[in-house]
Every structure is written in C-alpha cells, then in structure tokens.
Design a protein around this ligand. Sequence first.
Ligand code: SPD
Length: 278
Amino acid sequence: MALWFEETYGEKIRFGLRLRRSIFQGQSEFQSVDVVETVEFGRALALEGAWMTSERDEAHYHEMIVHPALTCAKRIQRVLIIGGGDGGTVREVLRYPEVEQVVLVELDKLVIDVCKEHLSSFAVPWNDPRLDIRCGDGIAYLQSYAGAPYDVILIDGSDPVGPAEGLYASPFYESAKRCLHPEGVLASQTESPIAMASDFARIVKTLRSSFRRAEPYFVPIPLYPSGMWSFTFASDSVDPLAFDQARATRVEATTRYYNRDIHRAAFTQPNFVRGLLA
Ligand code: SPD
C-alpha cells in the first residue's frame, strides 16, 4: 500500500507527498517532528504535521529569506536568526565573509538534533566558529536583549499558530526594532498570499506599523499550501532594491535560486496582492 504524508491546512487545503519511507518520528515538548523520504521532493521535515522544508525546494526558501536582506543591509557583521532549526538559513548567512557572528535562537532542540542527523544534505556548517546556537524562546530572547544592535534579524518561524503566533505580532516587532541597528534590516517569512491571504495581509500591515517600510516579496515554494509564498523586508532606512552589487554578484555565483534578477522581480506585486494590502 502506498505511503503518503499530507499537510492539511485549515480544513480546506491538503498537500501530500508519496513517501518511500518514514525516517524519524518523534515528539518534543512543543510539537511532533517528522522526517520522511519522499518520492518527488527528497527528504523533508514536517513539524506538527505541517511541511517545513524539503531537499527539493529548500534553496528557494533559505536563499530568499537571507539574500535580499544580506545584500541590502549597510552592515552585516551581526546577524540574528529566530527559528530556523533546520540550519538552511544559517548556511546561507555564513556564505558572507563579512558576517562575524550569527546567533540562532531555536525553541526546539529536537529540531536541530534531528536535522543535523537526517538532513545532512543541507550541508549546514554547524561547527563554524561564528555560529552561536541558543535553544530557547525567540520572543523572550529579544524582550530581554541588552547587547549591541544586530545588523540583520531573520524570522524563520513556523506558521503563526501555537508557540510561533507571537513571532508575527506588534510587541515582537517592537522588541526586534529595539534590537536592530537603525540601518539594519529585518526579514521574515510571512505566509502565502493565496492560501493564508488574511494572515499575510495582517502580518505585512503589522510590520508596516513598526517599520518605515515593509515590502513583501514572493517566491515559489511548491512544498507549501498554494505554492506561492511570501517574505517581507522591513527597515527604517534601507531600500530593498538597493543591493550592494559586489556582495550580490559574489553570492549569486554560489546559489541555486537567488540572483540579482530574481531579487528585483520578487518584489513585484500582482494586482490581487496590491488589493490585499490597500
Ligand atoms: N508552512 C510553512 C511555514 C514556513 C516555516 N518555516 C520553514 C522553516 C525552514 N527553515
């Protein structure tokens, strides 16, 4: 009998993949954690039954949450990642020799451990001396943070339900802004403008109430409900299209998805998105 794993989103959408086998099934104090080997998407991670990442399309997500911000921010020495326990975002940030410190705050240690063991094809440089891993709540981390400002903050969280809900709300964005350099950039995953249109619009508008500008951009991620996904680039002073040519040229020689044309094009808004944000 064929084995399938399906994400059911909001009782109206399902996205399923046929499996070769289940590789890991576990339960942390926060969520169920699954790694499966699929026929079409390679190995994939699901948390609490929702697809998070797969070998087939992880580059779309991880390169695009990182490179628009890292090629545009004035300085990129100090980078904070909230969530992102699979390490794909870490890997992309560490491509930049200018980055001196990356702090990864992931709630669930089991996610890190399982991804290190079962998603080794992600080739995350877990032992890079610039990486500082903290297992804990990203919201509490930023609330109590009193160190030097970060140049870039990346919010690589799960969907806005359960423990991740607070990562998409005003109090969190206000804490993030307090910890971000005035010439810094925050980039967050911000859901699908098709499958989660109201969440998408609410999150972008919430970011706009904390930052002078918050521009969504769009990336095809076939693993996620509807396949059309958004990230949002938020800053008080940085233009999301004014990338550093030298940095972008250097990084695009190493990427699978990102390049300067994609960077520009991703910020183009279809009319229905303009309507959602009006
Ligand atoms: N529905 C998926 C929401 C995106 C979650 N983040 C994925 C983590 C990849 N590092």
